[in-house]
Every structure is written in structure tokens, then in C-alpha cells.
Ligand binder design. Structure first.
Ligand code: HEC
Length: 252
């Protein structure tokens, strides 16, 4: 197969180049799709690690406020008020109930004003605590929301796996055959597509393993990134090969 592409007449090379451009377009589009699809999982702009951990494993990050209260901070807070604050932060009415008059002295705004603002205010004397002001709801809001993202449900992951495994398997088979038909050094022709396929296999496996162990999300990122980059690299190699001066007949 070695050198077959360079021995092709013009129409054959044109076909090879167009096929590569179509596949490149597909890989680029899937990268944008991935970004768009996962970007908004957490409230942070852009695609973050938490977005991906949320999608493949699920995350349950308590808010900074809840963490502090759970850790027993501040020691001076009465048990009843601590549980009132915790119930508020764990519920779904963080905005509505912040200064709900019906809650009386147990309204979060009242508890915070009476127990926290002496240290946590912009004009407080505590140099560390004043950096986390709690004077206004706008301040409190920033550290009140816990991030809970449920993983993609298993039936949907199953649909996604069956589509991706079969389609990407075929795409990378084609890429591999095209690479073998170039006249690049043997080490490139054989290793680049094989490593891409290895990355694909590991990536798809890690989709499922991530459900059990969040560490596999890193494997998804590395293996997924690797097979995409290698795929793009192979396609560029094939295009360059198809543009190089022709050879009369393929070598072996
Ligand atoms: C006596 C002063 C004092 C009071 C009262 C106080 N805090 Fe703090 N708080 C601190 C200091 C100092 C820190 C930073 C050091 C630490 O984490 O303990 C802090 C840290 C925090 C943090 C950040 C924790 C982290 O992990 O970074 C939060 C959230 C917080 N306080 C919330 C509250 C809330 C809510 C109240 C009232 C229910 C409150 N604090 C009452 C002094 C205070």
C-alpha cells in the first residue's frame, strides 16, 4: 500500500483530499459540539473540569457557606440557627427565603446579620474574614449555591456509545488505511493511526468507568484529546501526501 496515494491520477487524489477535508470538518464540528453541550453544566462560563466531571460522573460540591457551617464555623453559632441556615442552603429557595419575613428570627438574613457580619463585613476589623463580606445578599449569593450536576443517564450514554463507537471506529479505520497508503516513513504510517485507535478505545471505555470513579474523567480528557489531535494530524499528513509530486508506480 505504501505510496499508493502518490501514484493515483488527479481524480483519485482529488477524492482523497475531499474525503480528508470532510473528515476534518467532522472532527472540528464535534469539538465545538462537545464544548457547547457541556459548557453550561456548572454556572461557570466556559468548559471547565467540573462540567466534564458533572457529565460523566456527577458532582456534588457543597457551597463555601455550607462547607463552613458543616465544619462547625463559627463556634459561637447556636445549633438551632446553624440547622436553619443549613436547611436554607440545602433547599431550593435560596433567593426567595433569604429575607423571608415569615421565618422571623430564623430568616437567613437575620441570622447572618446577628452572627456573622461582626467579622464578615467590609469595615470589620478581622483582616481575613473581611475578605469574605456577608453584608448584602449579593455577597452571600456568591458563596451560597452548591453545585450539583447529575451525570448523563445510563440509557443516553448507551445511545451515545453505540453511535460513537461504530461511527468513530469506521472513521479511524479509514484514516488508518489512508495513512498506510501514504509515502510517509513507516513509523508515522503505522504508529499515528494505531495510537489514535488506542486513544479512542481508552476514551470510550473511560466514559463508562467514570461513572464509578471520578478519576477516569482525566483519562477521558487525555485519551479523547489524543485521538482527536492524532486524527487531525493523520488527515493533514494524507492531504500533504496527495499534494506531493506523483510517483509512476507504488513501491510494494
Ligand atoms: C469571630 C469572627 C467570625 C465570625 C463571627 C464568623 N466568621 Fe466566618 N470566618 C472568620 C475567619 C477569621 C475566617 C477565615 C479563617 C477560617 O476559615 O476559619 C472565616 C471564614 C469563613 C468562611 C470561609 C471558609 C473557607 O473554607 O474558606 C465562610 C464561608 C464563613 N467564614 C462564613 C461565616 C458565617 C456564615 C458566619 C456566621 C454564621 C461566620 N462566618 C461567622 C471569622 C468569623
Amino acid at each position: 500500500m505504501h505510496g499508493t496515494i502518490r501514484s493515483l491520477p488527479f481524480p483519485g487524489r482529488l477524492g482523497v483530499i475531499c474525503l480528508c477535508l470532510v473528515l476534518l470538518g467532522g472532527l472540528v464540528a464535534s469539538a465545538f459540539y462537545l464544548y457547547q453541550h457541556h459548557e453550561k453544566k456548572d454556572e461557570q462560563p466556559g468548559l471547565t473540569l467540573i462540567d466534564l466531571q458533572g457529565a460523566y460522573h456527577g458532582v456534588d460540591n457543597p457551597s463555601l457557606l455550607l462547607k463552613a457551617l458543616n465544619a462547625g464555623h463559627p463556634e459561637t453559632l447556636k445549633a438551632e440557627q446553624r440547622s436553619a441556615l443549613k436547611a436554607w442552603l440545602e433547599g431550593t429557595r435560596i433567593v426567595e427565603d433569604y429575607d423571608n419575613l415569615d421565618l422571623g428570627d430564623n430568616a437567613p438574613s437575620e441570622i447572618i446579620a446577628a452572627n456573622c457580619v461582626s467579622c464578615h463585613a467590609r469595615n470589620a476589623s478581622d483582616p481575613v474574614a473581611k475578605k469574605i463580606p456577608l453584608d448584602y445578599f449579593d455577597d452571600v449569593k456568591k458563596i451560597a449555591f452548591s453545585r450539583r450536576i447529575n451525570p448523563v443517564p445510563a440509557p443516553i450514554l448507551l445511545v451515545s456509545t453505540h453511535a460513537h463507537a461504530l461511527a468513530l471506529g469506521c472513521v479511524f479505520f479509514v484514516i488508518g488505511v489512508l495513512m498506510l497508503a501514504t509515502s510517509w516513513p513507516r513509523i508515522m504510517r503505522q504508529w499515528l493511526p494505531s495510537l489514535a485507535l488506542l486513544g479512542l478505545f481508552i476514551d470510550l471505555g473511560a466514559w463508562w468507568l467514570s461513572r464509578y470513579a471520578i478519576e477516569f474523567v482525566y483519562v477521558i480528557i487525555v485519551a479523547g484529546g489524543a485521538f482527536n489531535v492524532l486524527g487531525v494530524l493523520c488527515l493533514l499528513c494524507v492531504i500533504i501526501d496527495a499534494l506531493r509530486p506523483g510517483k509512476a508506480s507504488p513501491q510494494a
